[in-house]
Design a protein around this ligand. Structure first.
Ligand SMILES: Cc1cc2nc3c(=O)[nH]c(=O)nc-3n(C[C@H](O)[C@H](O)[C@H](O)COP(=O)(O)OP(=O)(O)OC[C@H]3O[C@@H](n4cnc5c(N)ncnc54)[C@H](O)[C@@H]3O)c2cc1C
Length: 350
């Protein structure tokens, strides 16, 4: 039996839903308080939004890091929490239902039931997925894995390539700027001649359009893709002028940046008090469900800031409360890590 399979027979102190930056810091605080934990996430990799949406962007507002790549921040969190405390991580595992059994919370996942004394929910915006092209455009899904991308997990995938980027929002414009040093040529395609991206980024992209480093094709949509097994060119149609000649753009990759839809999905039916799609918590990060705390982007309260830094702090509070509920003799106030160091793996932790 593998380590993860045997974890289904364990009762842990805390099951953490969500392996984003805040879920990872939750596992760290659990370890510091000698609590056993596990993490589950519906995505195939850890890191939540940092990994899925902007792994190669610099983050400048995590205190202690003048700047850090999102992917590096996740690697450091992996080392600090998962590796130091040997925390099991169940990926592609979605928490679908919650129930209670004796003194335990049971999370019913697509891979089986997981039992723990408490649950900490760090589910971000819920499960998120890239928006596909609107129905009036061509369906790109047959080209996924053959030159069509919805995410950039590694900039090197676009090295030396002619890239068509589709979209008019922040992510499309950010990737035009971020791929300038990687792609050999970039064409930006948008269905309208107005953009939703930040003014400063639009101005930067326009300066590259003027200098000839970027081709801008508006108002156009992709109507056809040509290629023998992989994308080799796309045909663009003008969205306002039916008589305009279609354009053919030779390219090696098409990066579709049409935004992401997020949904709480199964969490909606658990009975949480919700406000605008977020889970209401009190100042102790307590939800209205017994034995369930929450932290990070998924929470809402008066003064809420959706930042990684504030999520880290919320997770420290949530863990202190959850562990105190399991072992009331454990003081809420922490002892300083400068005095204690990092406790070893807790007994029973695989
Ligand atoms: C483009 C962009 C740039 C950003 N830049 C910054 C920045 O510079 N500084 C900053 O502080 N913040 C920034 N943010 C915001 C930051 O990424 C979020 O605040 C942070 O990711 C929140 O972390 P989290 O762990 O709460 O949630 P997430 O990162 O959203 O992770 C939540 C995880 O929970 C999982 N999940 C949800 N529901 C379930 C379920 N039922 N079962 C199993 N798993 C589930 C999801 O799959 C996901 O992996 C940025 C966000 C974006 C999109």
């Amino acid at each position: 039996m593998t380590q993860l399979e045997s974890d289904f027979d364990e009762v842990r102190d805390i099951t953490i839903i969500g392996a984003g930056p805040v879920g990872l810091s939750t596992a760290f605080w659990a370890g510091m308080r000698h609590a056993s934990s596990r993490i589950i996430d519906s995505l195939p990799d850890i890191g939540g939004q940092c990994t899925t949406l902007y792994p190669e962007k610099w983050i400048f507002d995590v205190p202690g890091h003048p700047r850090v790549l999102a992917s590096d921040l996740i690697s450091q969190l992996r080392e600090q929490s998962l590796e130091q405390f040997d925390v099991p991580v169940h990926l592609e595992t979605t928490a679908e239902r919650i129930s209670y059994e004796d003194d335990h919370v049971v999370l019913h996942t697509n891979r089986g039931d997981l039992r723990s004394r408490t649950v900490i929910l760090s589910g971000g915006h819920g499960a998120f997925e890239p928006k596909k092209l609107p129905v009036s455009d061509i369906d790109m899904s047959p080209w996924e894995g053959r030159g069509a991308y919805y995410l950039v997990s590694e900039k090197s995938a676009f090295a030396g390539k002619r890239v068509v980027i589709v979209g008019g929002g922040d992510s499309a414009f950010d990737w035009v700027v971020n791929l300038l040093d990687t792609a050999v040529h970039i064409t930006l395609v948008h269905r309208r001649d107005a953009f939703r991206a930040h003014e400063a980024t639009v101005a930067e992209v326009m300066s590259h359009v003027e200098s000839g480093r970027v081709d801008l094709q508006v108002p156009y949509v992709i109507k056809d893709v040509q290629g023998d097994g992989r994308v080799e060119s796309v045909t663009l149609h003008n969205t306002t002028d039916e008589d305009a000649q279609p354009l053919t753009v030779d390219c090696d990759a098409v990066l579709l940046q049409l935004g992401f839809s997020t949904k709480l999905g199964p969490l909606k039916t658990w009975g949480f008090e919700l406000d605008k799609g977020a889970v209401v918590v009190d100042h102790l990060m307590r939800t209205n469900l017994d034995k369930v705390w929450a932290c990070g982007d998924i929470t809402t309260f008066d003064g809420k800031l959706k930042l990684i830094a504030t999520g880290f702090a919320e997770s420290a509070v949530a863990v202190a409360q959850a562990v105190h509920s399991i072992r009331p003799d454990m003081k809420i106030q922490p002892v300083y890590s400068t005095n204690t160091g990092v406790p070893g793996a807790v007994v029973g932790q695989v």
